[in-house]
Ligand binder design. Structure first.
Ligand SMILES: Cc1cc2nc3c(=O)[nH]c(=O)nc-3n(C[C@H](O)[C@H](O)[C@H](O)COP(=O)(O)O)c2cc1C
Length: 183
């Protein structure tokens, strides 16, 4: 059985939810998927795995720094196995060029060239933000064109789950097509 490391770094919970769906699809293809939060696990090592999927959300224009550190530490290993990266942001929804720019900068910062890259919309979780963040995010959302949700009594999810599943299906095909399992 092939094994895939699914490592992510984020500030809130949307990236982890996307990771859960990717893991579920991989498992449906007989791949063992190990989901790791890089914010809490600092010694994650992709070496024993047959492939790796890395996810990161964007805050203030940058991908999660735990992910950047992880990629830098393991770039050689990652460049020798099937890999995929998914970026989670709201720019995907309102300014795709901006969202692509985040990913280009990430690739320059890390030197990593994943086989697959996907950009997924994130979430605006007003009911989970504190007072100040709720206010700032509403102001920011109001300034976006096309608009993002501004009713702070509810949350808005912009993730297209079908696109997440398609991405995971493609990753499963890449991993299952690549050599024999390591373990
Ligand atoms: C404080 C803050 C800053 C953010 N900055 C950006 C940003 O610069 N660009 C962007 O596209 N999305 C930005 N977002 C939206 C997040 O990428 C989005 O909420 C995503 O779902 C977060 O994923 P996570 O919950 O897994 O961390 C920001 C969100 C917050 C709360």
């Amino acid at each position: 059985m092939k094994r895939v490391l699914l490592a992510y770094g984020a500030a809130g919970g949307q990236t982890a939810k996307i990771g859960d769906v990717v893991a579920e699809v991989l498992r449906s293809h007989d791949i063992e998927a190990t989901l790791i939060d890089l914010k809490t696990v600092h010694d994650a090592d992709p070496a024993p795995y047959d492939g790796a999927v890395v996810g990161a959300s964007v805050h203030l224009g940058r991908h999660d720094r735990h992910v950047v550190d992880f990629i830098r530490a393991h770039a050689d290993t990652l460049n020798r196995m099937p890999t995929a990266f998914f970026s989670v942001s709201l720019a995907v929804e309102v300014d795709p060029a901006e969202a692509r720019g985040y990913v280009e900068r990430f690739e320059q910062e890390t030197g990593w060239r994943p086989d697959r890259v996907a950009l997924f919309g994130g979430a605006l979780v007003y009911t989970h933000y504190g007072f100040v963040r709720r206010h700032l995010m509403k102001r920011w959302a109001e300034g976006q064109k096309p608009g993002l949700g501004t009713d702070v009594s509810r949350d808005y999810v912009y993730t297209e789950w079908d696109a997440v599943r398609r991405f995971a299906e493609d990753v499963a095909a890449d991993v299952n097509a690549s050599g024999t399992p390591r373990a």
